[in-house]
Design a protein around this ligand. Structure first.
Ligand SMILES: [Zn+2]
Length: 395
């Protein structure tokens, strides 16, 4: 029981980068595949392996859960409650919303009772958990997150002056509140057939005119980039409705339940609760259940300034505060002079650069850039030395 080097699953999805994981972390890519995500954790769809033992990390945890995870985590969650990922997006991911804990419990129970198979394309709730997420940028990282102020949405659509949207825009002008925004969002999400073709054609032609403001320039530019990948998709309206945010390397943001968001490009670390619950809202060829989606969206504006997480500095680590207890996330700088960290649950460490020596009272391990390790709760503490940077996941 102590510290184990991990061998991790790489998920190859169409939107993944061919080069990023290799160039940044020396992760091999012999098949030249789009390496979208590397998963560090015990999720059944991509469980890490304990490198020396050749067994799944989940098996190691199950052998002695209270000592591996700690008594509190074993009782509260019964499993490693978080999943740490490196994600590398070359092209945009779908726009999505994650349900709240309550709605996930209700939705999961309902779909179980209806007998919808867990892997069916019309299944929305794969488990009964919420899925809060934190993303920490490793390169410049472009995303959509949360609704813009309603005044901004109105001004962007006014500038575009789309005939087929103008009537419903009048309703938003008359009712610039949550209920007006819900009606407007619903109208756009449910455009279909001839109406959808017409609206998208008008959007395309309006984008050929020069933008009048910085805000419009940024939104129009983003739509044009999305339209290189999706032509016939109402998700092309999303940059007009949602905040466009570009994280600089080292910046992080939290993604709240019931808030539409999409990752567009860049490489980042992502940590999330152990859940697969995703409701899609555009930029996808997959199933969109509009009724369920509208039930799971909160129609309030999120100011961009509130999206970036200000880290708390504690000695040699930056701690990113999140409003959930499924995970904690730190960036730790290791130097020649040793420092001791105390373990309060199971931890996953990922080396971002340099080389770090990690010593527990029982054993030691050295991590270089791109390598990761699991530390069991019964290690109690560990000492870091040598120069490098670690991402630290725990709860
Ligand atoms: Zn998400």
């Amino acid at each position: 029981m102590s510290i184990y080097k991990l061998s991790n699953v790489i998920q190859t999805y169409d939107w993944g980068s061919l080069t990023s994981l290799n160039e940044m972390f020396n992760i091999e890519n012999p098949q030249h595949s789009p390496q979208a995500e590397m998963w560090m954790g015990t999720h059944p769809r991509g469980c890490s392996k304990v490198a020396d033992k050749g067994i799944a990390l989940s098996e190691l945890v199950v052998e002695d859960t209270p000592n591996m995870l700690g008594r509190y985590t074993a009782m509260r969650f019964g499993e490693l409650p978080y999943l740490l990922k490196v994600i590398a997006a070359d092209s945009p991911l779908s726009i999505q919303v994650h349900p709240s804990k309550t709605k996930a419990e209700q939705g999961f129970q309902r779909e179980e009772q209806l007998g919808i198979p867990i892997d069916a394309s019309n299944r929305n709730y794969k488990d009964d958990n919420h899925k809060p997420e934190l993303v920490y940028a490793l390169t410049f990282f472009l995303a959509l997150n949360g609704f813009r102020p309603i005044s901004e949405i109105i001004s962007l659509f006014k500038e575009l002056n789309l005939h087929s949207i103008n009537t419903i825009l009048q309703s938003l002008l008359a009712q610039p509140n949550e209920s007006g925004l819900k009606g407007f969002f619903k109208h756009i999400m449910t455009l279909s057939g001839q109406d959808k073709q017409q609206a998208l054609a008008e959007l395309n032609s309006a984008l050929t005119r020069p933008a009048k403001s910085r805000l419009a320039r940024e939104a129009f530019h983003t739509i044009k980039k999305l339209s290189e990948h999706y032509q016939d998709d109402v998700g092309l309206f999303a940059p007009l409705l949602l905040n466009i945010i570009e994280l600089a390397p080292g910046e992080a943001m939290f993604l709240h339940a019931e808030t539409p968001h999409a990752y567009l490009s860049g490489t980042a670390l992502e940590i999330m609760a152990n859940s697969d619950n995703v409701l899609r809202a555009g930029l996808t060829s997959k199933h969109i259940d509009t009724v369920e989606l509208l039930n799971n969206v909160t129609f309030t504006s999120t100011p961009t300034s509130s999206l970036i997480l200000a880290p708390v500095e504690k000695a040699s680590r930056l701690s990113y505060p999140v409003p959930v207890d499924d995970f904690c996330f730190d960036i730790v700088s290791s130097t020649e002079s040793a420092q001791t960290l105390y373990v309060r649950s199971a931890e996953v460490l990922f080396c971002l650069d340099g080389e770090v020596l990690i010593e527990t009272p029982q054993s030691s391990i050295s991590l270089i850039k791109g390598e990761s390790a699991f530390i069991s709760n019964d290690s109690l503490c560990y000492k870091l030395s040598q120069t490098g940077t670690l991402a630290r996941a725990y709860n």
